[in-house]
Design a protein around this ligand. Sequence first.
Ligand code: AMP
Length: 413
Amino acid sequence: MISRPKGTNDILPDEIWRWHKLEAMIRKECACFGFKEIRTPIFEETHLFQRSIGEATDIVEKEMYTFLDKGGRSMTLRPEGTAAVVRAFVENNLKGAGLPAKLYYLGPMFRYERPQAGRYRQFHQFGIECFGSLEPALDAEVIMLAHELYQKIGVKDVVLKINSIGCPDCRPKYLEKLRSELAKYKDRLCENCQRRSITNPLRVLDCKEEKCQEVIADLPHLQDYLCDECSLHFTNLKKILDIWELPYVEEPRLVRGFDYYTKTVFEFCFDDLGAQNAIGAGGRYDKLVEEIGGESTPAVGFAMGMERTLLAVGDKWQKEPEIDLYIVSIGQETKEEALRQLLLARRHGIRTEMDILNRSVKAQFKQADRLDTKYCLILGPDELKDNRVKLRNMQSGEESEYQISEWLGGLKL
Ligand code: AMP
């Protein structure tokens, strides 16, 4: 037997309603906030990700699905959404349509990670990207949408963590300090961090290894190195969050796995998920559009992990019935009429099923129950002779008889 690739999932018909519901909530919220959908290719030229995410990040170093196409070009299955959206923003001159540009996307992402609960090699993200302002109001817009969405989805205990990681003016001073501090404790760091302390020292702050955590606890805080502009930006963002009474926790050690972030970074955590508890994250990237070849345009984005969000929802959502009507035919002579009524009902947009396995009447009712139908249309031979049918409301048990041309009027959906 051929199995699915490690770290991937089949989303089965029985659970797809949860995805549809989440997607519908996402689309509704995006419409409410004025974000428009953008769909970009699932693969891009490899150097787009190398240049934007950064060469010395885990994703680019070891997690990308990269391949040569038949023309010998290096392509990569997208590991995240921002780089591709920025590329599309520049290539299609979306700035020309006016700023702010507010975009959203939904779809699969690919990272060659070690699979575990909540961590997959193919997973889905919903993301938003908002272009066009240096003001903290832009960061706040993105954070507010994410917050509101989690509340509506029913993941109320989500914790918002925020931090500022500075800009190219102030961060280098901190990185220099960090490198020299880390050099002192080199022997106490894990192998990965020994390497990162030279190539990308900010990433050390994100290490979960216990021995590294001990070192990290004593390292200087980036916030003490922020320039006036970054510091004011962070203070003003917090003011807006306070006005809206959105709860947040300042997390001075919070950094992200991408090099493109400037100033604000944030994460939404849901503790019940264990190790993989981040259900969404984002930040500001004021230099990325320029780096990808566009005119300098500041921007902020957010991405939600859809699998993890659904794990956080757990069994809080109730499945809605998937059919409205089941046609029960009693005896062979009613089958022809049942077929006519089936087509008629479907043409009226009524979600309808009937038996096509030649089941007994008892088995047909059992199937109707299993499908959780709202109504049964019952075709009995005696009634049919008088052109009459019965309609049973499966919730109340109430049954009424109709002329065959009139039963549709008895449905209350
Ligand atoms: P990132 O793009 O790394 O900022 O991740 C944004 C969100 O995507 C995370 O908070 C997770 O919820 C989700 N995510 C990232 N990597 C994975 C993965 N390998 N499997 C499942 N979800 C993921």
